[in-house]
Design a protein around this ligand. Structure first.
Ligand SMILES: [Zn+2]
Length: 271
């Protein structure tokens, strides 16, 4: 979540390939009965059609109604590490679906497709999409994501970012008060692969043990008037660390969040 840097869009020939990025998900969706491709919609940028890709992973049934979690990556187009981590996580889910027992996971691997193509933080329209939520925005990606968030009524939202100014893992918590009880174990689990950022101030915010309780306005989150609040986690990896370590850290973090939330919910159901 470092500060915005405006970058010009890449010439069409030198764009990064969304198709190549999503190919592993497409292959898995073609053979797995649990992973479904369901587009979140299309939008137009300068006469070109873009899809907002969405996949849903249906875990084995748990005790009650499935818990719905939204996982969002690459809303900053120059942070592809989150998308790579999410894809690694889905590879694990397909091999071991029990990780998602009791859940339906709605997966948004590239929330900023044009920024991903261009390698830029902002969209091709020059907007930092992670400052536009619930703000009467006209940005088509944000309108589609807001629709998704409103329609599915998520129990939890997890946004994956990578920070080129951080030497370690950290995250933001908001929404439900239990959120910090999800982020702390997630950081602890992922510390197996990368250090935690223990600085007192991270990204301009006060932090404790890598956890920040404030945040920017307009970030991807549940609608302002929704109660009870879902848990909302922004998970940040240090962008300069080797990619495979960021991927492994993200896989462990996501696994941990699902485990801990399941425990909290089943405990609450039994009291
Ligand atoms: Zn970011």
């Amino acid at each position: 979540m470092s500060s915005a840097i405006l970058e010009p869009s890449r010439p069409a020939k030198r764009r990064r390939s969304l198709e190549a990025l999503l190919a592993p998900l497409e292959r898995m969706a073609a053979v797995s009965g649990s992973l479904l491709k369901r587009s979140a919609g299309w939008f137009d940028v300068d006469g070109e059609d873009y899809e907002l890709p969405r996949y849903a992973f249906h875990g084995p049934q748990g005790g009650g109604d499935p818990l719905r979690i939204g996982i969002f990556a690459a809303i900053h187009g120059d942070e592809p590490e989150g998308a790579a981590g999410l894809i690694s996580f889905v590879q694990q889910l397909v091999r071991n679906p029990a990780i998602a027992q009791g859940y339906v996971l709605f997966l948004y691997p590239v929330c900023n497709p044009t920024g991903y193509e261009d390698g830029s933080r902002s969209s091709r329209r020059g907007r930092d999409l992670n400052r536009e939520f619930w703000n009467n925005t006209h940005e088509p990606e944000v309108l589609l994501l807001q629709d998704e968030i409103s329609t599915h009524g998520f129990h939890g939202l997890i946004a994956l970012h990578s920070d080129d100014t951080s030497h370690g893992l950290y995250g933001f918590v908001s929404g439900a008060t239990l959120t910090k009880n999800l982020l702390e174990p997630a950081l602890k689990a992922s510390e197996q692969f990368l250090p935690r950022n223990d600085d007192a101030v991270i990204d301009g915010f006060n932090a404790r043990n890598g956890i920040i309780r404030q945040g920017y306005r307009g970030i991807l989150k549940a609608p302002p008037k929704v109660h009870p609040r879902p848990f909302e986690i922004v998970f940040e990896t240090p962008q300069h660390a080797p990619l495979f370590l960021q991927e492994k850290a993200l896989v462990l973090a996501l696994h941990s969040i699902l485990n801990e939330y399941r425990k909290i919910i089943s405990y609450a159901a039994n009291i």
